[in-house]
Design a binder for this molecule. Structure first.
Ligand code: PHE
Length: 339
């Protein structure tokens, strides 16, 4: 019997479980109904009292050795639910995934960077605005139908407090607080009461630019925008300006860039026209300068505004605007390399 006890002690001491199933098998083999330790206890009961005295302590030690082994091995599998691998507590912690900038942030930074090379600084303004900064100072008279161009969200039924529909409101704030020469770009989030679809969203981002000084001409604007287009879409990019209408600029234009996908030959991205619409622009209307306290006889200026998501769509051919707002990491991860 002593020999059996010694053998069992060695077996227990050297045992290491490979997984929780293996551990359970070990437990049954030793302490199950027909287990070796159970059998030993059965035999022990039949011993003469003097033999019991001799072996009692040894056999009890064997039992507690088995119990602490079981406990120790169980701990190893507690937090591995598959039970298939031994968890090694000495392994270094796994590194967290590296995040990436949102594509809207990437494009915004790129736009700001390009204009910073031309001396433009960045200005900011509030998202909740008043009528003056979004409309009336920008030459939208009350009841003017042009206000319908941008469906507005009002705050708490107060027609004077609204969510800005464009970043041109920052342009007003800058003109009110600074003296020319003024050279700013204004990035920001804007809100329009539009149904959400692949091509429209009620929230999106814009960058507006404003340049005011003596003798600023339409040609200055054109050259600045050509520089921007080539930096943004490639050095072979051509631009074209089409007449347009905005209440705050006169004359106004829409700028197209030659399609960077087909090089102007025509493809389904540019709808076979060879051109992609990028931004609105124009010479700041003298009425706007005057309502912001700038002498329109002495100063002139240009302004332009573009959608950041739209620019991102043109650059990366992501056609569904909703992807920029859903924060699906499978989409966002694709921009990891563009840090
Ligand atoms: N604010 C105009 C828009 O949201 C864009 C624009 C800005 C046009 C500046 C001309 C000059 O559509």
């Amino acid at each position: 019997m002593r020999e059996q006890i010694d053998r069992l002690r060695r077996e227990i001491e050297y045992f290491t479980a490979e997984n929780s199933k293996h551990l359970e098998e070990f437990r049954i083999r030793i302490a199950g109904k027909k287990g070796e330790l159970t059998e030993l206890f059965d035999r022990f009961k039949q011993l003469l009292p003097e033999d019991k005295k001799l072996l009692g302590r040894v056999i009890n030690e064997l039992k507690s050795l088995f119990e602490s082994k079981l406990k120790e091995q169980k701990l190893l599998f507690e937090d591995s639910d598959s039970g298939e691998t031994v968890s090694d507590k000495s392994l270094p912690a796994s590194a967290d995934g590296v995040g990436s900038r949102h594509p809207v942030t990437l494009i915004r930074n790129e736009i700001l960077e390009i204009f910073s090379h031309l001396g433009f600084t960045v200005a900011d303004g509030p998202e909740i605005e008043d009528d003056r900064h979004v409309f009336s100072a920008l030459n939208f008279p009350p009841e003017h139908p042009a206000r319908d161009m941008q469906d507005t969200f009002f705050v708490e039924k107060n027609p004077d407090i609204l969510l800005r529909t464009h970043t041109s409101s920052i342009q007003v704030r800058v003109m009110e607080s600074q003296k020319p020469p003024i050279r700013v770009v204004c990035p920001g989030r804007v809100f329009r009461n539009e149904a959400i679809s692949a091509r429209a969203h009620c929230i999106f981002h814009q960058v507006e630019g404003l340049y005011i000084d003596e003798e600023v001409s339409f040609a200055d604007m054109k050259q600045t925008l050509l520089y921007f287009a080539r930096e943004m879409f490639g050095s072979k990019t051509e631009i074209r300006l089409r007449p347009s209408y905005f209440p705050f600029t006169e004359p106004s234009a829409e700028m197209d860039v030659s399609c960077s996908i087909c090089g102007g030959k025509g493809c389904n991205i540019c709808k076979y026209t060879g051109w992609l619409e990028v931004l609105g622009c124009g010479m700041v209307d003298p009425n706007v300068l005057e309502s912001c306290g700038i002498d329109s006889k002495r100063y002139s200026g240009y302004a332009f505004g573009m959608g950041i998501e739209r620019t991102a769509m043109l650059k990366w051919q992501v056609k569904d605007l909703r992807l920029y707002f859903e924060n699906d990491v499978r989409f966002l991860r694709q921009f990891q390399a563009a840090l």
